[in-house]
Design a protein around this ligand. Sequence first.
Ligand code: GLA
Length: 385
Amino acid sequence: MINRRNLIKSTTITAAALFSGCRRFTNQQRALSGLSAAFEGQFRFGTSIKNNTLQGNDTNLLTLIAKEFNAITANNAMKWEGLQPKLNEFNWQIADKFVDFGQQNNMQITGHVLVWHKQIPNYVFIKDDKIISKKLLLQRMEQHISNVMERYKKVTEWDVVNEAIVGGKWLESKWYKIIGPDYVKRAFQFARNANPSATLIYNDYGITNPKKQQAILGLLSKLNNSGVRVDGVGMQSHFSLEKNFPSTDMIEQTIETFARQGYQVFITELDVDVLPRAWKYVRQPPLQQLHINEISIREAKYLDPYPNGLPEKVSKELADRYASIFNVFSRQSDNISRVTVWGTLDTESWKHDWPILGRTNYPLLFDNKGNPKQAYFSVLGEGNN
Ligand code: GLA
């Protein structure tokens, strides 16, 4: 991997300018800053932004984001529950801030996500205490998509559908149960009508799994054959350090497979979990509250081994894992449009609470204070920092 540090120049930004818009990045400043500069010409480098960062105007974090990244996704602000918490009552406040921030800093803005089975209020599927008809649900879907995409015309890249497939089969979500498998096609049709020139993406996790990959390819080619174009595939990319799963071969093979079929590949939610797998405790009380009989102290220590900091050895392993992942991305850069990490600071990560609540994780490129970690430098091709 090439050493990219010489490409990095620091940029002075006044934090106040981030929202006021009075001092914006010029294209050239943007192009010479942080991770996005290091991968200029390969792919855009993005991060996700949380609601409290936007609401609290966390200027330190926003300054760091503006310096390092040239693409942004909202963690939650553009999900259905955020934008339309009640039927026909839209709440644009936080999403507006998110989009303003992206525009002021000349970033690519991703709309995430129009149709998903999570973070969506129950009212969507119900009228007069009964499950609604397919016709009414399609109307509600269309209204939501057109309202949102109409308001954010300048957002030209959308995750239209998230997580429709589980294993090799349809996930039996309410969308699927009420509308049937056509719901994905209809969502893409509505999105295409709302903004014909937007880049429309199907997004999912675990796509390196061959069964899931085949099922998604099948779904997308059916859509394309019926004249409904899907431009890209979003690989969420929630990866692990444990057993280096998925392997870099699997990651590369997946990117190549989708690219060969003509899809742009987007790495949409990258992070690397450093903790042991804990699926058997999924959706149970936080680790600290699990009854002593259910989980021994030894097991608790095993599951949450680094509450006070990441040991040097593991930090190095994480850096190496990131380096090998980015080697693949660099090799595949012709096929990849964007790489987005799911959060900037470790402290922001959802991985402290998934699949078990209340652990301490270190999956991202900056520590809790905003300092670049070893992993950051290894992404830049400087493995020994
Ligand atoms: C999925 C979603 C994201 C986010 C993560 C968990 O990957 O696509 O928006 O909710 O789960 O944080």
